[in-house]
Design a protein around this ligand. Structure first.
Ligand code: OVM
Length: 405
């Protein structure tokens, strides 16, 4: 065993690569690691964790889409749940395969449907406008804390129907969930140390009595009324909302500002046509890949691109690398909102593709549209600092200046 999964040999034809993908320097600046991974071929064997890493577009998409061969029920991090008990009861949507997955997915999908999300649009827009107005008054601000963390932790708890939206605990729980998918390193241990304070609070917010009668949470509990899922499963699905809905959107909003500050020509393009906000968002997703990697586990002996993969193999799917694959995206290293990359892998693909993407798009659309309409220029006011995280590529600090139009 290694990091909670079966130790495997390098398959024939796969280069051995002595790298630590979870090294803080790589997590903070992964571009060279991504490029080297792609140059090695469809897969590289990483002895330190005994995993096959995959970072070209085609193979990453193949592994990620094929839930029958590459399962999620054995965990989407390094740990194999068939061999080791995870730190929390598994998610009934992320960490399950059909047929279990199908029932839970249907319920959460309905709660986060286009129709349910459309009703939130107006309040999302108002909150975005007043946030941007406030930041324009400040001029210089810290974009991670004052924008990226503030916006989702304002609108999302409300949309779920939480009584209180303790921003720190929501962000800290997300950090636990995403760091837990990596190895038992210092980053993971630091995040997990918040558990005693954060986990009981999160579980408390998931209870039916705690949730307002309107919101995603209440819609999920309505499915427990009809017997489609149990009350306990409803609580776990609300937990999924709180696990996946905060860190991800916080990350992408920070990265959005980083992209626009570094590419003033693209910001001009967006200002000239604010209707490009959603396409800008897709390019931000492709270019920055908020979730940089998730694993799958081979559930049988199989083969991908001529490489034999043994049952029990953990495959580290490096989404951040696949999204920068030159063979799929010409000039992949250029941020270009006119690219319209509707097939990027940042939200996953297939039956496990991001179920919250309507909500994420509504949040991003509101914020990017408000910025396009109100802000004249975005400038860095200091060096951006990235925060190492075992699955999320996220900023720690981003000092910027907004000037009005
Ligand atoms: C969950 C969940 C879903 C997607 C991502 C995620 C690792 C968690 O269902 O808890 O973060």
């Amino acid at each position: 065993m290694i990091e909670g999964h079966k130790e495997i040999d390098a398959p024939a034809g796969v280069p051995v690569w002595d790298v630590d993908p979870y090294d803080s320097a790589i997590l903070a600046g992964p571009t060279d690691y991504y490029a080297e991974l792609r140059s090695k071929g469809p897969f590289a064997y990483i002895p330190r964790y005994s995993v096959l890493a995959c970072g070209r577009y085609d193979e990453t998409k193949e592994v990620f889409s094929d839930w029958e061969r590459f399962v999620s029920s054995r965990g989407v991090g390094l740990q194999d749940f068939s061999l080791e008990e995870p730190w929390r009861p598994p998610s009934i949507v992320l960490e399950k395969d059909p047929p279990d997955h199908t029932r839970a997915r249907a319920v959460i999908e309905r709660a986060l449907s286009t129709r349910a999300v459309r009703q939130l649009g107006e309040s999302f827009r108002q909150d975005a406008e007043s946030l941007i107005d406030g930041l324009l008054e400040k001029g210089v601000f810290e974009a991670v804390e004052d924008l990226a963390e503030t916006y989702p932790t304002t609108v999302f708890p409300n949309a779920v129907g939480l009584q209180e939206g303790d921003r720190r605990r929501l962000v800290d729980y997300g950090s636990m969930v995403f760091n837990a998918l990596g190895p038992d390193n210092e980053i993971r241990r630091d995040a997990m140390a918040r558990g005693p304070d954060v986990v009981p609070w999160i579980m408390e917010q998931c209870q039916r009595e705690r949730l307002k009668p309107e919101g995603f949470g209440a819609m999920i509990y309505a499915a427990a009324e009809t017997g489609e899922i149990t009350e306990e499963e409803a609580g776990l699905l609300v937990r999924s909302l709180l696990s996946a809905g905060v860190d991800t959107t916080v990350t992408v909003l920070g990265s959005a500002i980083w992209c626009l500050a570094n590419n003033p020509d693209q910001f001009e393009r967006l200002k000239a046509d604010p209707k490009m906000a959603l396409w800008a968002f897709e390019e931000i997703l492709r270019y920055t890949s908020p979730v940089h990697s998730f694993c799958r586990t081979a559930n049988l002996d199989t083969e991908v691109s001529g490489i034999k993969i043994a049952e029990g193999t953990k495959i580290l799917c490096v989404l951040g690398s696949a999204n920068l694959d030159e063979d799929h995206y010409p000039k992949a290293d250029r941020f270009d909102i006119d690219r319209r990359p509707s097939d990027h892998l940042a939200l996953g693909v297939g039956i496990h593709g991001c179920v919250g993407q309507n909500v994420a798009r509504a949040e991003a659309d509101a914020v990017l549209t408000a910025i396009a309409n109100k802000v004249g220029s975005i400038e860095l006011a200091g060096e951006p600092v990235w925060r190492p995280n075992n699955s999320v590529h996220t900023l720690d600090r981003l000092p910027v200046i907004f000037r009005g139009k």
